[in-house]
Design a protein around this ligand. Sequence first.
Ligand SMILES: [Zn+2]
Length: 240
Amino acid sequence: MMTLADLADGLVVHAPHASLVIPPQLRCQFIHGEAALTREAHLSADLWTDRLGSEAWPRAGLIVPEVSRLVVDVERYESDACEPMSRVGRGVIYTHDHEGVRLRSDLSEAERERLLLDYYTPHWRRLRAAAAGAVLVDLHSYPETPWRIEPAGGSIRPQIDLGTDEALTPPAWAEALARHFHSAGLSVAFNTPYAGVIDAGARAAVMIEIRRDLMGGGPGTDAFGRLSGILGTAPGPPPP
Ligand SMILES: [Zn+2]
């Protein structure tokens, strides 16, 4: 079977929560002080998922947002009415931190529009252009211990969570991925604790959520190298 790495320029890796950037001109929107805001950006980020994607699949197109998810979360629905996480202040524009504490003051409709125009719309334009007709891996990480804001808190937390979609993830591919990670000695489950995968116009897509303890101390460590090696040899979907 062809690996994801073999797809070369037909593979797009999306790391939507990798950025730590909070533009200085937007800091005034946040209630947290400088140190607390930096800490929250680190805890909320899927740290090193961009590095992991480029180490595992060096020839893939890597799409990373310009800003931290605390500024704009590009993985959320644009409308709060469609986005369940908006109920805990973590819709497309966050108002609360990962512990449910108020993070940001209320924004005007114009300020909200500005953020979406500056960061959400261009990101999705870039992502859709890259993903059209390609294979998409949506790469995330998640904490070993559930956050209290998590809707599915308490469910099982495998080392690898594969998020699938009926229309976008061929079942044979999903099964092959699960076997691959399993044979590398990792625990795997489908759609738990996080489910589904984004639709950016790719011909096939999967979300890979990595439990954060698997990353070890990050880039340069043995654990990280081993993990990128396992991802780098993961199977690709059947040809179109
Ligand atoms: Zn994420």
